[in-house]
Ligand binder design. Structure first.
Ligand code: CA
Length: 221
């Protein structure tokens, strides 16, 4: 899952990026409104954390533009403390959730997880396919109840496929959603990760759809 943070407070931005990365997300950080708007318009994100007060273009303008452009990714708006007008304006502009500053990072992560889950139509934070279970809260993966150790990239790939269970996901889509923009993106590595995941979770866990991509369904494990 890939997340965009648009936040101009350097310490807060860096801290959020580090925390989200430690929680298994690929993260891009922008500290400027126009750049943030551009990234959200041109890249694929599973969710966006958007500050309202930003240099060059404010958060509400960015959000309005994205929605007019047909960008539907879930957006969590960071508002000033107790500013009910910010909250109303944010929700009216198409925000999916908001959080007032200062906030607990754990609350932000929980809300972000819920937004991503709802956007992909999953009711529970535990994603299940056959004998494979991924608990998005703890970051743990089990096969028939037994814990399986995954690397960060394997986890991101498995998590994305589980969020889109039963659908065919192209290699390009996987690359867009498991790497941040600074990562050296090599589409061959996707096949390597898939091979490793099959070794850990069983040969049938991920189906290769020739010429189209990959699919994961309830036959998994
Ligand atoms: Ca700000």
């Amino acid at each position: 899952m890939r997340v965009l943070i648009v936040e101009d407070e350097p310490n807060l931005g860096k801290q959020l990026k580090a925390t989200l990365e430690a929680n298994g997300y690929a993260v891009d950080l922008e500290d400027d409104g126009e750049n943030g708007h551009y990234m959200g318009s041109s890249e694929s994100y599973d969710a966006v954390i958007l500050d309202l007060g930003l240099p060059t273009m404010d958060g509400l303008t960015i959000l309005n533009k994205w929605r007019k452009e047909g960008r539907t990714m879930p957006v969590l708006v960071l508002t000033a403390r107790d500013s009910w007008s910010d909250k109303v304006a944010g929700l009216d502009s198409g925000a999916d959730d908001y959080l007032a500053k200062p906030f607990q990072t754990q609350e932000l992560i929980a809300r972000l997880r819920a937004l991503i889950r709802r956007a992909s139509g999953n009711a529970s934070s535990e994603l299940i396919a056959g004998d494979v279970r991924l608990d998005a809260r703890s970051g743990r993966v089990t096969l028939a109840g037994e814990p399986v150790k995954m690397t960060a990239q394997e986890y991101k790939l498995l998590s994305y496929l589980l969020h889109h269970k039963g659908k065919v996901v192209s290699r390009t889509e996987l690359i867009e959603h498991i790497y941040d923009q600074d990562f050296d993106r090599d589409s061959n590595t996707i096949e390597v990760f898939v091979t490793r995941i099959r070794k850990k979770l069983g040969p049938d866990v991920i189906t290769t759809i020739r010429g189209l991509g990959y699919s994961l369904d309830d036959r998994a494990g």
